[in-house]
Design a protein around this ligand. Structure first.
Ligand code: AMP
Ligand code: MG
Length: 401
């Protein structure tokens, strides 16, 4: 039985990035660049003013001086004439520096009147000018392939005139729930033993959170033909995630049908808790994840295996959540033998992370998942973790509540 890391490595070695597509830069947030992007021009494009003020010749301003105002360049304007000695041009932030000038004096440091501007001196050459190419030089490799696109990268792409960008395609992920006890959300339960199919919407949400696209296949009832029909449909997607029907005691319909349909099993158990009965296989480049049915286990194993795989398929180099060190606020115990994922609340005090158990760690307790900000990864062999000890946690969201 593979360990957590072995199993995750098997998954990551099995998947590859899908092809690329071109999308509008304005809609590329969260996508991953599929090609290197070099600068077609320099930024700034030309020397320009960093302040509202006067463009001058610094040499005219070695001491107090009175300069003739010979022009005005608004933002977006052009600097057509050379500024003669003893002259100044009123200039707005971002406007190109006119020929002859080598400094800008902000309005606050000047006095205007009678078509002239008075300055007190102390002007240094190059002050308050943004120079051509000081940000990016024409030809620079600015954004390498594999870069995740955040607002900053979108800003850079737009500044370089890239209206469209090549990004890795979104993974289409088929989501299938299995079990006779399930009813769809919104349907009236016909008996108290019925359970709402929360996994389909939860896994679909987790899929969307990675930037991929869920394709909901609904529920496969507990018979071979129903499973086969749905799974065959699911294998047409880029990835397939099923929940339930893989735990011991059940007749293992999911694995049976997957094998029949030619899915090559890579593992069918992992040495972790929760989430032990997680299976993974491949069919013609399509990864198939069979997650446990329990909603907590399904979400945790999605985090552990599916999310990294989907990110890799969408071109990401770094596919795991940020792992941080956190100090336990109370004692935690577990059995020896397996890596445990402990649902914890996180508090940040004085810039340091503190982790407290989010409550009952039984996999039947969904409430504890709701209260969790992070999962602490407790190593296999250790059984007792004292208050004050440091553990690795991976944060489930971008922020801690
Ligand atoms: P199983 O893996 O089939 O043994 O299911 C474990 C537990 O998860 C059982 O209590 C199931 O009723 C529950 N379960 C299975 N599938 C779902 C689902 N799609 N949504 C919510 N709960 C589920
Ligand atoms: Mg079942």
């Amino acid at each position: 039985m593979p360990t957590f890391e072995e199993a995750r490595n098997i998954v990551l070695e099995s998947v590859a990035s899908l092809g690329a597509e071109r999308v509008e830069t304005g809609r590329a947030l969260g996508r991953t660049l599929a090609e290197d992007v070099s600068a077609p021009w320099s930024l700034p494009f030309c020397d320009n003013s960093a302040m509202d003020g006067y463009a001058v010749r610094a040499g005219d301003c070695r001491g107090p001086a009175r300069l003739k105002i010979t022009g005005y360049i608004p933002a977006g304007g052009t600097a057509s004439v050379c500024v003669e000695p003893g002259c100044a041009v009123k200039i707005m932030t971002g406007a190109p520096i006119p020929a002859g000038c080598d400094a800008v004096i902000p309005f606050e440091e000047t006095e205007e009147g009678d078509g002239h501007v008075g300055v007190t001196g102390n002007v240094t050459v190059r002050q308050h000018i943004r120079f051509r190419g000081e940000d990016v030089r024409e030809g620079d490799l600015v954004l390498p392939e594999g870069t995740p696109l955040r607002p900053a990268e979108i800003s850079m792409l737009a500044s370089l005139g890239k209206a469209f960008v090549p990004v890795y395609r979104k993974v289409r992920v088929a989501v299938l729930s299995t079990g006779d006890e399930l009813i769809e959300l919104g349907e009236p339960p016909s008996s108290p033993g019925m359970i709402i199919n929360s996994n389909s919407v939860a896994i679909a949400a987790a899929v969307r959170e990675t930037g991929a696209e869920p394709v909901l296949l609904g529920i496969a009832r507990d018979d071979l033909s129903c499973h086969a029909e749905k799974i065959r449909e699911g294998l047409k997607a880029d990835a397939l995630v099923t929940t339930a029907g893989v735990s011991a005691g059940d007749r293992d319909l999911v694995r049976e049908v997957l094998a029949e349909l030619g899915v090559v099993s890579r593992f069918f158990r992992v040495d972790i808790k929760p989430g032990g009965p997680t299976a993974f296989g491949m069919k013609d480049g399509v990864p198939v994840f069979s997650l446990p049915g329990n909603p907590v286990s399904a979400l945790i194993t999605f985090e552990a295996f599916v999310r990294p795989a989907l990110l890799r398929m969408m071109g990401r180099k770094n596919v795991v959540r940020p792992l941080v060190k956190a100090t336990l606020t109370g004692q935690v115990r577990k059995k020896a033998g397996k890596v445990n994922f402990l649902r914890v609340g996180i508090e940040v005090r004085g810039g340091e992370y503190f982790a407290s158990s989010a409550g009952d760690q039984n996999t039947g307790i969904l409430r504890t998942m709701v209260l969790a900000d992070a999962l602490a990864v407790l190593p296999a062999d250790k059984t007792t973790f004292a208050a004050g000890e440091t553990v690795d946690v991976f944060l489930l969201g971008e922020t801690v509540r």
